[in-house]
Ligand binder design. Structure first.
Ligand code: ZN
Length: 256
């Protein structure tokens, strides 16, 4: 069994680490390079806090208005109706409205614009500074060092927590290169573990990772891994929400 902790949150350090340490169990911590070097919020967290702060219908309305406002010469993307049709699909955790807001701000809108809109919505609805929240949310380099000294495993989770499988090859490689430079202190550069943010990868991502020393990759596919059959660069995982009382997904086995 492998226990994975994604995104470098400070509660991994304050709550999970002492328990693991006491039990003598190794955890694997996958930390985006950006979190402990710039103290900017990852989009994934900006969006989490935004969604937790206000009713989803207010946020959705606000987002759609801004998408109409910015659509035109500077940024081009399909109409709100088309995008809603394509992306508003509920999953095992979220309603279709929540998924739509997440997809628009995580990967669908042009990067510069989605950062801009996410920041505008954050200021309006969350009401504290991103930097302040980043300091409260992420582990420091020193804390990551402590994990490592206590026998925990540290792995790669990109630099900017992008959907790597949706990026151009060039941008994907830039993000991976930055991640590897920053994580160099914590990983064995000839034999490290990759964790694809949002479970997003393609063959270029896998090739780049393997060529640069990755020996295993974990995804967000939901089932028990079978090491005899599964591709070692595409291992499925279970989320903590896949266990009772939330669900019984943990019983899933076999290839999807
Ligand atoms: Zn992540």
């Amino acid at each position: 069994m492998l226990l994975t902790f994604d995104d470098g949150y400070i509660d991994n350090y304050t709550f999970a680490f002492p328990v693991l340490d006491e039990l003598g169990v190794q955890g694997s911590f996958f930390i985006p390079g950006k979190t402990f070097t710039t103290y900017e919020l990852l989009d994934v967290n900006k969006i989490h806090y935004l969604l937790a702060s206000t009713d989803i219908h207010i946020i959705l309305k606000d987002l759609l208005e801004r998408m109409d406002h910015y659509r035109g010469n500077e940024y081009s993307y399909p109409s709100n109706e088309e995008l809603f049709q394509e992306y508003a699909k509920s999953n095992r955790f979220d309603s279709k409205e929540v998924i739509f807001v997440k997809r628009m701000l995580q990967t669908v809108l042009p990067e510069e614009l989605r950062n801009r809109i996410a920041s505008e919505l954050f200021v309006e609805h969350v009401g504290i500074s991103e930097q302040q929240l980043a300091h409260e949310l992420y582990m420091t380099a020193e804390q990551i060092r402590t994990l490592k000294h206590h026998g925990m495993h540290i792995g790669v989770h990109g630099y900017d927590h992008y959907w790597l499988g949706n990026l151009s090859k060039e941008k994907m490689q830039q993000d991976m290169q930055k991640a590897l430079e920053i994580m160099d202190e914590f990983i064995d550069s000839r034999k490290w573990a990759m964790n694809y943010p949002y479970g997003s990868y393609n063959e270029d991502v896998i090739r780049y990772a393997k060529e640069h020393g990755a020996c295993v990759g974990v995804t967000t596919e939901v089932r028990i891994a079978d090491l005899e059959i599964d591709d070692v660069m595409k291992l499925p995982r279970l989320d903590c929400n896949d266990y009772p009382p939330k669900s019984e997904n943990y019983k899933r086995m076999g290839q999807a």
